[in-house]
Unconditional design. Sequence first.
Length: 326
Amino acid sequence: MTGSGGGRRGGSAGGRSLRSEGTTHVPVMVSEVVEIFAGIPAGVVVDATVGTGGHSEAILDADPDVTVVGLDRDGEVLAIAAGRLGRFGRRARLVHSRFSSIAEVASPPLSGVLFDLGMSSFQLDETERGFSYLHDGPLDMRMDRSAGVTAAELLDMIDVGTLAVLLRDHGEARHAARLADAIVRARPIERAQDLVSVVESVLPPAGRRRGHPAKRVFQALRSAVNGESEELPAAIGAAVDLLGNGGRLVAISYHSGEDAVVKSGLTRAATGGCTCPPQLPCGCGAASLGRLLFKGAKRPSPEEIASNRRSESARLRAFERVMKAA
């Protein structure tokens, strides 16, 4: 998976060189992404969350008529992507930027836009980043470590009600209030495993059947620290507007909140925001910007899930811009 808005200029995880391992990282649902982009016009594809460059590499290998502009707010993963994509020369350009700034770094008409909203394996495995509930390390969680507050600092200042809403919005509806209260009472919480311990003390065994009990808590904090919930709706809308005729947008999300935002944005683009009853012709004047390429969301194959457990929660949606003749 690539980062949400970003991993690795240097450093190590467990003594491994992240720079050297970047070229072996396998992106999620890469064959599906390449297949969808196979029908796009020649031109520019923006990989809005380029991460270590796996999807971009596959897109460039598959189609000699496209160039890629890769965005990421995590300068450390951009260094890996630069090494991985260097062989493409001017066909690949990398920009240290949030994906919400897509309109500032790319010009229409675009042939494609890709959002892979998950985390890079290297971000998860590098303990000092604090993204993973499976490893101990300082609770940082910033995609761009040069700016913003850390997850530990956020937990120190957030009030219990706001924290409960944040957790509820990221899938912890039943236990949000109890979790928020326990976390606030345990402050200061400065390390990942300290937070995991608090979560495990609250969630009953029956509540752990959906995977690791801390998974959604960590997702919620990562989203809050990096402002992802505020950025994504605007970024999807801007990307649709930048697409040229026949251009395609692909978005891969990893939790229900993200997927709901993607679904809403693409449905709005496809319907023009029409509010008329579905059984009647449109009378509200809504103008469609294109079409959904398939109903619902695609899932990884059983074979991919077996080889990469981190792909299990992935959901892929896709849209094609269709411009009507004047």
